[in-house]
Design a protein around this ligand. Structure first.
Ligand SMILES: [Zn+2]
Length: 214
């Protein structure tokens, strides 16, 4: 009996040590965030995310917010917010973070270009700023890419300029998504003032609409 207890004890010690090595340190039962921003901001929780425009007058219209089904005013699933900026408007960071990737590509069968800036807030949350334009012309996409002010590896603070918006057609917009594994309703990580701000923008165009629909 005593020998068995001893073996169980050894197994527990080994398991605990392995867990510490694998997961890092323990913090009151939760895991410490392994993302290291070297003290730039509190990355434990995102609860004060803002909007990505400096003035409501930079926005042309509001067509679609976040929806998890087609039961929404725009009638299709949409995993982000579309900000329709006027040409050359400033686009600013909604939250602090590390610029992890700037992706040049095409969506919608190659008819829409995308310059997507991915900014990591912490080890679980990333934010995508997708500058989308209805053009197959690589030169127009390059024009948008040249209007991006950040580079991979840069740290941004909330409100810092990410770039300016290129608007070759009236359908062009910044597709904005917050990812916590999958895309989530941005309201879940917004500050109260910032939520009120975006609702005042939305309802200036669409008086009865919400930001997100299930
Ligand atoms: Zn979109």
């Amino acid at each position: 009996m005593k020998k068995q207890a001893c073996i169980v004890g050894i197994i527990l010690v080994v398991a605990a040590a392995a867990a510490v090595i694998y997961f890092g340190d323990f913090d009151g039962g939760g895991l410490i965030d392994t993302f290291d921003n070297e003290g730039r901001y509190d990355s434990t929780v995102l609860d004060n995310m803002g909007v990505i425009y400096t003035n409501q007058s930079d926005i042309v219209m509001w067509n679609d917010g976040y929806s998890e089904s087609d039961s929404c005013p725009w009638g299709f699933i949409h995993n982000g917010l579309d900000y329709f900026f006027f040409n050359n408007s400033d686009v600013i960071a909604a939250a602090p973070g590390l610029v992890e990737d700037i992706e040049l590509g095409y969506v919608a069968n190659g008819t829409v270009y995308k310059v997507a800036v991915h900014i990591r807030f912490n080890s679980t949350i990333t934010i995508e700023y997708g500058f989308e334009g209805f053009s197959t012309d690589v030169a127009i996409r390059a024009q948008q890419a040249a209007m991006i002010d950040v580079e991979i590896g840069d740290w941004v603070a909330k409100g810092d300029q990410i770039g300016r918006f290129n608007r070759p057609t009236e359908y062009d917009h910044v597709h904005f998504s917050v990812y916590l594994n999958d895309a989530i309703c941005p309201r879940l990580v917004m500050g109260e003032d910032d939520y009120n701000e975006i609702m005042s923008l939305i309802q200036s165009f669409q008086p009865t609409w919400e930001l997100c629909y299930p």
